[in-house]
Design a protein around this ligand. Structure first.
Ligand SMILES: Nc1ncnc2c1ncn2[C@@H]1O[C@H](COP(=O)(O)OP(=O)(O)OP(=O)(O)O)[C@@H](O)[C@H]1O
Ligand SMILES: Nc1ccn([C@@H]2O[C@H](COP(=O)(O)O)[C@@H](O)[C@H]2O)c(=O)n1
Length: 418
């Protein structure tokens, strides 16, 4: 941790912090001199003590795992008078500069229990703690970066004042998407699972099933049609009908051979979970390459799903926070086979809920989130539409199943000459 802390200090005063209060981000930064700026919103009307905790380690797996555990750890050990808000710190427009953590307001009588807990964290865990002090008059607040040694004195070269900051042009959560949430090459995803081998035995099992990257790129003779969409939009129904109508092979991503490991990865933080799904696409790509030498291939979910769900989870807040159309995050990886056609099924939310209810099967946590969280659903759909090379063709899945089939067959005949 010490090395990581030191490497942050040269850019410390260029960093901007964002604290989410009831879902709205409030930004502040630090500066050496106070020039009469107002007190940033998060410090206003504040009688308590304030702290920030940012998870930072050059070991990406440790960082992801610790961040996933941090909230529970804090809620279990802090007094009920402590209030936590999600926060992050970033260098505007600098990729991979985002550090995630929590902002803590403590209104309890004594600072000792909270500070003891924070001190323990700085000594044992990859976390950077700052405390914030209000000046005598209440008109200024200063930030104090704790050391990771016994004595939590200031490590800052100077006192820094906290001042309000502008909202950045791009939402900060977009800064770390590449190779943390979405993987654009076999190697990047492979490295994540390789590093997890010691702590997650299932990661080794996945690595043993992986093909070489050349195999995943092999272009088949027959067309490859991918069907995408949120859960319960009718992908299984449609893909099975297409298989029968076209005499095609039906494949899926993640492939069946990964089913025994999937539940374990669904419990892991995004970095690890997304690397698992990314690698699943490479296994499916090899199967497509083999089957596609004999028949057309229909695929139930592929890279669009992996990227769209990952982006929608990584980006907090409303749809406008997503990276804009044309952003590199939506680009198809160069080492994954490109389907001939990608169809994305859409359905109005009420009909989708009805189909989910009627089906009554168990759902992954993410699917439950989709059901509850309208914003998340909109973000997944928007991300689906923005992915390019190949882009997806949207099809309204609300008509009866045989009509949806006819419409998709027309698209396939037009695009793939079948
Ligand atoms: N066009 C349709 N009209 C009415 N009901 C449909 C239609 N297509 C599918 N259904 C029904 O909706 C439910 C969900 O369909 P299906 O399982 O095919 O969706 P899915 O997209 O594969 O879901 P998941 O991604 O969760 O596996 C099923 O009960 C299915 O019978
Ligand atoms: N290629 C894929 C396929 C799926 N996912 C993730 O799985 C969930 C939905 O899968 P279902 O089998 O339940 O339809 C969804 O949460 C995706 O995150 C993926 O990432 N990549």
């Amino acid at each position: 941790m010490a090395r990581r802390t030191m490497s942050l200090i040269p850019h410390w005063s260029s960093r901007v912090s964002s604290v989410e209060l009831n879902g709205t981000p409030f930004y502040f930064s630090t500066q050496e001199k106070h020039r009469g700026e107002e007190v940033p919103r998060v410090f206003r009307e504040n009688d308590g003590r304030c702290y920030s905790l940012l998870v930072c380690s050059s070991d990406t797996i440790r960082r992801a795992k610790f961040y996933a555990e941090l909230k529970d750890k804090l809620l279990t050990n802090l007094s009920p008078e402590c209030h936590l808000s999600p926060m992050c710190s970033f260098l505007p427009n600098i990729k991979d500069s985002l550090l995630k953590g929590y902002f803590l307001k403590d209104t309890s009588e004594s600072s000792s229990p909270t500070e003891r807990l924070l001190r323990d964290l700085t000594q044992r865990d990859p976390v950077l703690v700052c405390s914030y002090l209000r000046g005598e008059t209440g008109g200024v607040w200063t930030q104090h970066l704790w050391s990771d040694g016994d004595n939590h004195t200031m490590q800052m070269p100077k006192d820094y004042y906290v001042v309000p900051a502008e909202a950045p042009e791009h939402h900060p959560s977009t800064l770390n998407i590449i190779n943390s949430d979405v993987f654009y090459s076999f190697e990047e995803a492979y490295q994540v699972l390789e590093k997890c081998g010691d702590i997650i035995p299932e990661a080794r099992a996945v690595l043993e099933l992986l093909p070489s990257r050349e195999e995943a790129r092999r272009k088949p003779d027959f067309p490859v049609i991918v069907i995408e969409g949120l859960d319960a939009t009718g992908k299984t129904t449609l893909t099975e009908s297409l298989r029968d109508a076209l005499g095609a092979s039906l494949l899926r991503s993640p492939p069946h051979c990964l089913s025994p490991m999937r539940a374990r990865f669904d419990r892991e933080p995004p970095l690890i979970r997304r690397a698992f799904y990314a690698l699943g696409n490479y296994i499916t790509a090899v199967q497509i390459g083999q089957e596609g030498m004999k028949t057309p291939v229909i695929v139930d979910r592929f890279w669009h799903s992996t990227a769209a769900y990952a982006i929608a989870t990584a980006v907090s807040g409303p749809v406008c926070n997503l990276p804009a159309e044309g952003s590199e995050v939506y680009c198809w990886p160069s080492d994954v086979l490109q389907p001939s056609l990608v169809v994305c099924l859409t359905l109005d939310p009420e009909e989708r809920r009805r189909r989910l209810r009627d089906r009554g099967q168990g759902k992954t946590e993410e699917e439950q989130e989709l059901e509850h969280n309208q914003l998340f659903r909109l973000k997944v759909e928007k991300a689906y539409q923005r992915i390019s090379g190949p882009a997806c063709v949207t099809v309204d899945a609300s008509p009866p199943a045989d009509l949806v089939l006819q419409q998709v067959l027309l698209l396939i005949r037009g695009k793939c000459h079948l």
